[in-house]
Design a protein around this ligand. Structure first.
Ligand code: ADP
Length: 532
């Protein structure tokens, strides 16, 4: 009981474990696919934005170059004033919030750089806090562009270019609003984007999407292609478990895989059970075959010991029989010598002598049979042997109220056979017929014995009007130890067939057309001729 519960629990745990592994695998694969898709989308958006910003940033350099050229050419040519060009640049490029021209001068003694604003478009533009960056701008080479973060300008950064390497020197400064470097509509809502200049964040757009803390976000990071504005573009894609796993399909997969596993487990269990039952049936079959063999062996051992017992009894009986015979002979002789003519006495003594001899002969042959000595065939009259057998059995047949009919054929040839063995054959057949008649209901039990000449054979039929022989029993009748009787030994017919075949005869069994069984014994006539 406990073992059964334990094994069932083990089964359930195994199924659950396999199911969890299946569901886990599905989750792992879908997370992997979703993550890859998210990373690909982020990279696509990243490369697009990177190209866009790089192009726009390059335009700033182009503007600077134009403005510097204007200043350099201003000394001698008919060109538009710097402020007009600057105004149109600011007009078309709103991300450039101001353009200024500054003069930088350095005192030889103090080595401190001063800055003086020469031009500013628009005029009210916020003034950058040059204090910390003046020296750096002064140190730039002529024509070189550089970017600076200025806290007084908020997110805006400065892009400067020196016109000449003189002292004082002129420099063009662009104020750029990085928030307008990209149109926010160009940035997908699901990503967080940042631009950093020299380690300072100058632009940030945070995604509104939720993210799971335990998931690592796909990210993209790349420097903008510009020497003058070394902007670092970083992008992240916040991700939640709902982006990675489709819970509806997960539920469907979990349900289907659980159902499939349960079905599989059921089939395996059924198959195992069938195999177990088959094995148990095989074991039971083998055990019963073994038991049957053991029973037969035990039976054979009993028969064997019975044989030894019978041999002992035969030996013991031989002496009293011999005594009976010799005493009876002596009595016959005494009657004769005394001249007593008592027919009754003489008949009784003669019968004593005859029966004692017969019994002696039987015992001798029984001992011969048990001791496996070869039979001693002599010329026998079949009708005589039949009559002797019937005579011996009559008392028993009368007791069972069995009527005996016989029809003995005339002029049958003598046969070479052992008369005691033949008697044994007929005895067995008549006894079996009598046994079968016990079950008879209604009609009077009857045994018929018929002897006849049948070509080269003398044939003896022993019939009864019993229930006959079942078709299933018929093929096994002459097998040793085959019996349908509760206390039968199953040796009678096997012995009959051995004895009959030993003298070249045949024995067969069949059912009569009118009911009951018929045993037919055929003994060869030529046996006598050959033997004679
Ligand atoms: P046993 O008499 O010990 O059973 P036998 O070898 O003499 O052994 O007989 C074998 C079986 O043949 C019997 O158990 C019985 O079923 C069947 N049999 C023999 N003679 C007859 C008969 N005249 N009618 C029906 N069945 C018979």
């Amino acid at each position: 009981m406990v073992k059964g519960t334990y094994s069932r629990l083990k089964w359930i745990i195994s199924i659950l474990a396999v199911w969890l592994v299946c569901v886990g695998l599905y989750v792992a694969v879908s997370v992997n696919i979703s993550l890859k898709r998210a990373t690909d989308e982020l990279n696509d958006a990243g490369f697009l934005l990177h190209r866009l910003i790089s192009q726009r940033v390059a335009q700033h350099d182009a503007h600077l170059t134009t403005l510097v050229s204007l200043i350099l050419a201003g000394d001698g040519g008919q060109i538009q004033p710097l402020s007009q060009v600057s105004e149109s640049i600011i007009h078309f490029y709103p991300r450039i919030t101001a353009i200024q021209e500054v003069e930088l001068s350095r005192q030889e003694v103090s080595a401190v750089t001063d800055v003086r604003q020469v031009m500013s478009v628009p005029e009210n533009a916020r003034v950058a806090d040059y204090a910390t960056i003046t020296s750096a701008i002064f140190a730039q080479k002529a024509g070189e562009g550089k970017s600076y973060v200025s806290p007084s300008l908020g997110d805006n950064y400065l892009l400067t270019k020196k016109v000449s390497d003189t002292n004082p020197a002129l420099s063009i400064v662009l104020q750029i609003d990085p928030q307008r470097l990209v149109d926010l509509e160009e940035v997908p809502a699901w990503l967080t984007m940042r631009l950093q200049l020299n380690g300072t964040v100058v632009m940030e757009r945070v995604s509104e999407h939720q993210r799971s803390n335990w998931l690592s976000m796909p990210s993209f990071s790349r420097m903008i292609d510009s020497r003058s504005q070394p902007l670092l573009l970083t992008m992240e894609r916040p991700i939640s478990v709902f982006d990675l796993v489709d819970f509806v399909s997960l539920a469907v997969v979990a349900a289907i895989s659980l159902a499939a596993l349960l079905l599989l487990a059921y089939i395996i269990r059924q198959r195992r059970e069938a195999q177990r039952l088959q094995a148990a049936a095989l074991v039971a079959e083998q055990r019963s075959a073994l038991l049957a063999r053991e029973t037969r062996l035990a039976h054979a051992a009993r028969v064997n010991s019975l044989g030894e017992l019978a041999s002992g009894i035969a030996h013991e009986l031989a002496q009293p029989l011999t005594a009976l015979m010799s005493q009876s002979r002596a009595a016959e002789r005494l009657l004769e010598q005394a001249g007593i003519d008592n027919t009754l006495l003489k008949t009784a003594l003669a019968s004593n002598v005859r029966e004692a001899r017969r019994a002696g002969d039987m015992l001798k042959r029984m001992r011969d049979y048990i001791s496996n000595r070869p039979p001693r065939p002599v010329g026998v009259e079949v009708n005589r042997v039949v009559a002797d057998t019937v005579e011996l059995m009559r008392a028993e047949l009368d007791k069972r109220h069995i009527a005996l009919q016989w029809e003995l054929g005339a002029d049958l040839p003598l046969l070479m056979a052992d008369p005691v063995e033949l008697e044994q054959v007929f005895n067995n057949l008549i006894r079996n017929a009598a046994d079968s008649l016990e079950k008879l209901n209604g009609a009077g039990p009857e045994i018929t014995i018929e002897t006849m000449r049948d070509g080269d054979w003398v044939r003896i039929d022993i019939r009864d009007n019993g229930p006959g022989i079942d078709d299933k029993v018929l093929p096994h009748l002459f097998e040793p130890f085959f019996t349908t009787k509760k206390d039968g030994m199953g040796l009678g017919l096997a012995l009959c067939s051995t004895l009959v075949e030993r003298v070249g005869g045949q024995i067969e069994a069949q059912n009569n057309a009118v009911g009951g069984a018929c045993f037919i014994v055929r003994l060869p006539v030529q046996t006598r001729e050959t033997g004679a």
